[in-house]
Design a protein around this ligand. Structure first.
Ligand code: ASP
Ligand code: MG
Length: 425
């Protein structure tokens, strides 16, 4: 017998038919003798609809009341799922965020979970009842309802698993696991059996959007074993405890034998490149660029500063190139224009037609040559590199957006990630 958290997203909750299918899936785990807590999202599209109502009611809505409104989507699905479970003979009840309670910070619309009271819940589960918990919601001081930020029910599920000391947190989603890269680009991408928290964090933050990034950070901190698996399988599909999906685990759980040099390749087209030309080469110059961007809450990712060349009698100057999320480009340009006198640059050049390609793998820690293989492989295909960043377990390059698919494909092959042909010896 195990204690498990099962999390279902909005697609799985979209309509009574699907909720019934989810209930059947839960009954299997429950009938196998497991203690089961379920965390649910709102029906697909529902949260967007509720957010729209708030905006319509007033452009300057009160975030505390916004949370009351948008948390309602999960209240509905948790009650419906409990009803569907009861209808097939599974004792179940819903536990709203304020009933447990799930204590959070006061940061309305993007609150952080502080503490979860589990005594009542555990007693109920010990009696054989399935606990259904709406994701995304909690309770702040002053007993006000909060929400955790969009996509937050992944974080709810991981936090519940940590608080309940669950054996596993199974995230049922519309993909059946985490792949070496996007299978739509590389049909021979392989599903990973295991991936480490750190790798998953890197993959998630560079575009492999399976889980909310925050939930992965929390799982790493609390050592929650998370499995990503498909919610669309029939009744005779392998049980979740045979681990048919991808397990996200600590590095110590991955044997040396199964360790690849590179675990996965991600791509992200949502970055924009900004270059400031002729920035004076003097102490404080770079700070004068990035301080106002930081004040405006803009996340700068890759940074390249060229070596300055002194030309004639004027002080030497240099170009500074960096990337920001595309959605922050307009704001960034505005902030930089306003700081022009202080930064003393000549011109701003920007480009949104760029993509960031990232190779990730904990194996890099102990092996040299990962970055050089990346640069060589891209160079042989005539793909130009515009910027580079690295960490201990990843190398990212910025390239022209049109070359994204080609770059991912050739790198996938170069690092030996392509699946064997079916039937090949
Ligand atoms: N329903 C919320 C959203 O759409 C939370 C979630 O589904 O994770 O953002
Ligand atoms: Mg989601």
């Amino acid at each position: 017998m195990a204690r498990i958290v099962m999390k279902f997203g909005g697609t799985s909750m979209a309509g009574i038919e699907r909720i019934r299918a989810v209930a059947a899936r839960i009954r299997r785990e429950w009938a196998a003798g497991n203690q089961v807590a379920v965390v649910v999202s709102a029906m697909a599209g529902e949260t967007d609809r509720l957010v729209g109502f708030c905006r319509e009611a007033s452009a300057l809505y009160d975030a505390r009341e916004y949370d009351v409104v948008v948390s309602a989507g999960e209240q509905v699905t948790s009650g419906l799922l409990a009803i569907a479970l009861q209808a097939i003979g599974v004792p179940a009840r819903s536990w709203l965020g304020w009933q447990l309670p799930i204590r959070t910070s006061d940061g309305h619309a993007s609150a952080r979970i502080a503490d979860i009271e589990t005594a009542g819940l555990l007693a109920s589960m010990a009696r054989g009842e399935v606990a259904v918990i709406p994701g995304f919601q909690g309770l702040a001081s002053g007993e006000r309802v909060t929400t955790l930020g969009r996509g937050g029910s992944d974080t709810s599920a991981v936090a519940m698993a940590a608080a309940m000391e669950a054996d596993r947190c199974d995230i049922y989603t519309d993909v059946d696991g985490v792949y070496t890269t996007d299978p739509r680009i590389v049909p021979r991408a392989r599903k990973l059996k295991k991936v480490t928290y750190e790798e998953m964090l890197e993959l998630a933050s560079v575009g492999a959007k399976v889980l909310q990034t925050r939930s992965v950070g929390l799982a790493m901190k609390e050592k929650v074993r998370v499995q990503v698996l498909s919610s669309f399988v029939d009744d005779d599909a392998p049980a979740a405890d045979t681990l048919p999906g991808t397990m996200i685990v600590g590095e110590e759980e991955i044997e040396d034998m199964e360790r690849q040099l590179i675990t996965g390749i991600a791509h992200d087209k949502n970055e924009a490149k900004i270059t400031l030309t002729s920035v004076p080469d003097k102490p404080g110059a770079v700070a004068s660029i990035f301080a106002p961007l930081a004040d405006a809450n803009i996340n700068v990712d890759m940074i390249v500063q060229n070596i300055a060349h002194s030309t004639g009698p004027t002080p030497s100057s240099t170009d500074v190139t960096f990337t920001v999320p595309s959605s922050d480009l307009a704001k960034s340009l505005d902030v930089l224009e306003k700081a022009k006198a202080e930064i003393e640059f000549a011109q701003i050049v920007h480009d949104t037609r760029v993509a960031k390609i990232t190779v990730v793998g904990v194996g890099m820690r102990s092996h040299a040559g990962v970055a050089s293989r990346m640069f060589t492989t891209l160079g042989q295909r005539g793909i130009n590199i515009l910027a580079i960043t690295t960490s201990e377990i990843k190398v990212s390059v910025l390239i022209h957006e049109d070359e994204t698919e080609l770059a991912v494909r050739v790198l996938h092959t170069a690092y030996g990630l392509d699946a064997e042909d079916d039937g090949a010896a």
